[in-house]
Write a protein that binds this ligand. Sequence first.
Ligand SMILES: *[C@@H]1O[C@H](CO)[C@@H](O)[C@H](O)[C@H]1NC(C)=O
Ligand SMILES: *[C@@H]1O[C@H](CO)[C@@H](O)[C@H](O)[C@H]1NC(C)=O
Ligand SMILES: *[C@@H]1O[C@H](CO)[C@@H](O)[C@H](O)[C@H]1NC(C)=O
Ligand SMILES: *[C@@H]1O[C@H](CO)[C@@H](O)[C@H](O)[C@H]1NC(C)=O
Ligand SMILES: *[C@@H]1O[C@H](CO)[C@@H](O)[C@H](O)[C@H]1NC(C)=O
Ligand SMILES: *[C@@H]1O[C@H](CO)[C@@H](O)[C@H](O)[C@H]1NC(C)=O
Ligand SMILES: *[C@@H]1O[C@H](CO)[C@@H](O)[C@H](O)[C@H]1NC(C)=O
Ligand SMILES: *[C@@H]1O[C@H](CO)[C@@H](O)[C@H](O)[C@H]1NC(C)=O
Ligand SMILES: [Zn+2]
Length: 885
Amino acid sequence: MGKVYYVSKNVGLGMLVLAVAALATIIALSIAYDKERAKNRGKPGDEATDSTSMPPPPTTPFIPKEPWDHYRLPDSLVPLSYNVTLWPRLEPDARGMFVFTGHSAVVFRCVKETDLIIIHSNKLNLTTFYGHHAKLTGLGKATVPTIQKSWLVVKTEYLVLQLHSRLAVGSLYLLYTEFLGELADDLQGFYRSEYIEDGVKKVVATSQMQATYARKTFPCFDEPAMKAVFNVIIIHDRATVALSNGRDIDTVDSVIDGVPVSVTTFEPTERMSTYLLAFIVSDFVKIQSTQNNSLLVRIWARRKAIADRQGDYALSVTGPILQFYEHYYNATYPLSKSDQIALPDFNAGAMENWGLITYRETALLYDPMLSSTGNKERVTTVISHELAHMWFGNLVTLQWWNDLWLNEGFASYVEYLGADYAEPTWNIKDQIILSDVHKVFAVDALASSHPLSRREEEVNNPAEISEMFNTISYSKGAAVLRMLSEFLTEPVFAKGLSSYLNTFAFNNTVYTDLWDHLQKAVENTPGMHIPHTVHNIMNHWTLQMGFPVVTIDTRTGSITQKHFLLDPDSVVDRPSQFNYTWFVPIKWMKTGVEQQQYWLLQKTDINSQMRVSGEDWVLANTNVSGYFRVNYDLYNWDRLLSLLSTNHQALSIINRAQIIDDTFNLARYNQINAVGYACGMGVEGCRELIKSWYRQWMENPHHNPIHPNLKSTVYCSAIAFGGVEEWDFAWRMFKNATLASEASRLRAAMSCTKAPWLLNRYLEYTLDPTKIRKQDATSTIQYVARNIVGMPLAWNFVRARWGYIFQQYGKGSFSFSNLINGITKRFSSEFELQELKKFKEENLHVGFGSATLALEQAIEKTTANIKWVTENKAHVLKWFTEESK
Ligand SMILES: *[C@@H]1O[C@H](CO)[C@@H](O)[C@H](O)[C@H]1NC(C)=O
Ligand SMILES: *[C@@H]1O[C@H](CO)[C@@H](O)[C@H](O)[C@H]1NC(C)=O
Ligand SMILES: *[C@@H]1O[C@H](CO)[C@@H](O)[C@H](O)[C@H]1NC(C)=O
Ligand SMILES: *[C@@H]1O[C@H](CO)[C@@H](O)[C@H](O)[C@H]1NC(C)=O
Ligand SMILES: *[C@@H]1O[C@H](CO)[C@@H](O)[C@H](O)[C@H]1NC(C)=O
Ligand SMILES: *[C@@H]1O[C@H](CO)[C@@H](O)[C@H](O)[C@H]1NC(C)=O
Ligand SMILES: *[C@@H]1O[C@H](CO)[C@@H](O)[C@H](O)[C@H]1NC(C)=O
Ligand SMILES: *[C@@H]1O[C@H](CO)[C@@H](O)[C@H](O)[C@H]1NC(C)=O
Ligand SMILES: [Zn+2]
């Protein structure tokens, strides 16, 4: 799945840069002053590790007795193929409900003797045959046992058939079901999306199966390792087009139950996982091209969006990116076509369904006249991310969700490589430092963080599975894989990768399979040497949480590592088999000496080459290629800072940014920032200029005089300076917007008002899907929370309506944990901490679902923030005042 970009890259650069920079500065200063503080307090300054304390208690005391009480399928049956027919109704039935009907036949093999058939089925009304929910037949010579009874288990989402006798090992059987489901607007499984075009309401049937919603569409063995071939048929209105993973091979008109319909048959899929299936019926149109006379590449969207040429850019980058991956993976694109479709209602940023990728409109559509460069960058990276999955994740799939970090971390890393190939002038590879590495540093520096890798038995039910879709999996995963590729070198990394993909094509793996193939690549490369096996080195980064801060004393050449904690006094009660030390690959350079590689393998070491004097400096972790922070003695810090001010060309952009922190990187995209900064700083004339632009637009709504790259800042500022008139105008433009990225900018800008009643009204709108789409509700609340005036309002709003919000949005959505993160980001007072704790207590009966971990992190971050504010206020103020002289 693509990341949920709840912060569009340009949104709020004006107002938010300062807040982000201040936070980042505090984190950076934490290193610089750590030593001093430790000295002042007479603290030994050693790690807070305590490996003797108890591990956290297990989360579920419930002990399953019967096979159908387990969330994992038994290992007795293995599916081979399905024939699935689906018929979504895009008009409501007599009850006013939208439904779909269908039937499915699954062929499976019995591999262990059993008298039970357990298959996933959720929220489907199954037709009964002679009192049972399915028909069972034997294939070939298999004699078929009769069904004794059948029932549905709501908790574990199963259909269970108890047989009179056992199935025979090695034999094939066929299970047939007929079902009726609701085509709800819940963004899960086979669902309904509505939009208005030319004043007419239109309905799309579409799907989102990851992680556990295929079972809400048809009864299936819904686990990623249960790969099978799918023969799909979709029945649909004659005025619509049906899409699925395979290429459509036949569409015929027919009349079924007296209804004139079209019946579209798709080519059989490759052997694939259920979570990658997709079914879509719409009246969308397409643009297409053919790669090398054989591969069909198509972009689908609303008619108006295609007519406005909003799909052209996506079509133009897809070819080059596919070509890049074919070369990088040394494996041809595994399917006969590549469809990408932009949907008006979509929960994640995008979803990598094999051969039919679904996107939010903002992640696929781009209008050269109206969109900003930030929109374009997002389109490129999201497409690149999803296409990377076509091989890594789809062709070769991790066996279970505990290894999700490898799938998502990998795509989040190589998305920059693919995007760089398509747009070589953007220097997009630098972006990973800001968008992933620094972002996850902030979370992984908490004592409540968790290791990347989880054991298979720790992840079972749907809530636990969706909790895996978090920043640690995506961004830390990306950061450690980038580090691995850097120390192996890209050619060796790619060689191992290619061998892994070709070995396990159409099959499943565990993460150590990748390590094994990379190790083989190392061994087959003459002259290549690493101090331990890939497996051993990576265990230090995946099996223990956190990351080290490496301290280099350039006066002595001594190097030490220590678990970096945002609050150095926090207690780490999670034991680590490596005692929170890492095998650290350090790329470094010094005055007059080219980059070299050094491995820190113990807690402390001496490297005499790192001893310098006079004006000479040492810079370690060049280009932030390693997942760790670096601290130096104060003399070296001084020399680096003066190097920056006198001769900053000596350092690459990434290294400069690393030294004086994220602010540098943010200050690159530049005119946008200039306006934002100027207005933020109260620069004379800035306000008037912005107001006049916006006013011109209000006077002539058909002509927007504001440059696309400045829109985010200008809208936000104009609404912040203005009143209800400016706000209501933005609302009208929002409702009328035909370009999703324009709607998205306006939606963010409306949160900039300083009027509490407007903010409260806006918050109320988020719970009304006719006003704010469900997919956008949680991010809108977060936008409001980022406004200083809005933060307490959003917090009160979420607390007061927790039960409802949880029920509507809490069942396994990634953006839901971001909601808690977003609202509590700036909490830094004792009062807020108490409120958080009270909130946790009062809503224990409702639960927190996929936001459970986020809540714990919020409590810890607030505690750490309180400390920092108390201890470092003076330092930070001093730093700011001195810097601004
Ligand atoms: C499934 O569909 C395929 C392809 O149309 C067909 O050959 C096969 O007989 C069908 N199998 C069953 C069990 O319906
Ligand atoms: C499924 O059956 C239940 C109980 O009869 C009914 O309430 C529900 O509406 C049915 N679902 C659909 C989609 O018709
Ligand atoms: C298309 O063919 C060219 C030249 O044969 C090759 O370099 C390229 O990788 C191919 N691209 C795809 C996507 O197959
Ligand atoms: C690419 O794959 C081919 C065939 O699978 C193999 O012979 C070749 O060595 C591979 N190239 C690289 C660079 O791995
Ligand atoms: C998948 O991998 C397993 C384990 O390596 C192997 O036994 C099996 O034959 C493979 N299946 C296919 C279809 O390649
Ligand atoms: C971790 O520390 C404990 C106690 O100091 C020691 O017994 C153990 O060997 C250490 N383990 C490793 C992997 O260094
Ligand atoms: C750092 O990255 C930049 C741009 O990606 C590259 O040009 C430069 O060679 C790298 N520097 C080092 C020391 O790796
Ligand atoms: C609202 O949208 C319609 C249809 O796209 C368009 O014709 C009209 O000009 C828009 N109104 C404004 C004020 O932009
Ligand atoms: Zn992904």
